[in-house]
Unconditional design. Structure first.
Length: 239
């Protein structure tokens, strides 16, 4: 009788270990790259003219032994779309996530996130980082023309730099500036892709205090046909 009880006891223990071991190792396992970096991108090199967008597709693998169920794919902002081909991925199989990232109007570094929620208990939320550096066709060194220090009676100089990105050169035509303002740079010039140019103007200060002036620039680029550049400075009293 005692022997039979011991046999039953060890049978139950062995059965429990087997069941627990099976449930422990029979799990889905999500595997996906965690970073996408487009590098430098310029909107006029992308075919989608209305909403410039960069695209990338990545596989999502199930390296486990149970079906992987992707319950949600959540981008960090509305500028990102990330549909997937299927939500249930059998063991050893994969699905694809198709990423579209809309580019902002501003130049500079861009970092967005996509969170992938699944039934992988060991890694239930996978985060994919998206990086890009936006270089629009035309970039200004400042939002206005900053003037140097000067005094009443001086012609105070101000400069702004233009940098062209993308595939095509841009031609600039500067209209005759208004009163008190003199143009030192050429009235018409072309900047090649990757190159820079300078608009250099002078303002004759006839009285002390803050002053402003306007420089109107026409270009042959469809996104920037007309630029209104304002300059600001301050003239000290005459010494």
């Amino acid at each position: 009788m005692m022997l039979k009880q011991r046999y039953n006891y060890w049978f139950i223990v062995l059965f429990a270990i087997t069941v627990c071991g099976t449930s422990l190792y029979a799990q889905p396992k999500i595997v996906v790259q965690d970073t996408i970096n487009w590098g430098a991108v310029s909107p006029d090199t992308i075919l989608d003219d209305l909403e410039p967008t960069v695209y990338y597709s990545i596989p999502i693998y199930n390296k486990g032994t149970e079906p992987l169920i992707i319950s949600e794919v959540k981008p960090s902002c509305g500028c990102t779309a990330a549909p997937i081909d299927k939500n249930v991925v059998p063991p050893g199989d994969s699905t694809y996530m198709h990423i579209g990232l809309k580019l902002p109007n501003q130049n500079g570094e861009l970092h967005k996130l996509i969170s992938i929620f699944s039934n992988d208990k060991s890694d239930s939320v996978k985060v994919v980082n998206l990086f890009a550096v936006v270089e629009r066709p035309l970039q200004l060194s400042s939002s206005f023309i900053p003037f140097n220090k000067g005094s009443v009676g001086d012609t105070i100089r101000g400069q702004i730099q233009l940098t062209v990105f993308g595939k095509s050169p841009i031609t600039f035509k500067i209209q005759s500036p208004g009163s008190h303002t003199r143009l030192y740079s050429p009235s018409e010039f072309t900047i090649q892709p990757g190159g820079s140019g300078m608009i250099d103007v002078g303002y004759y200060a006839d009285k002390p205090g803050a002053f402003s002036c306007q420089v109107v620039v026409n270009t042959d680029h469809k996104e920037y046909p007309h630029l209104d550049l304002w300059g600001y400075g301050f003239a000290d009293p005459k010494k």
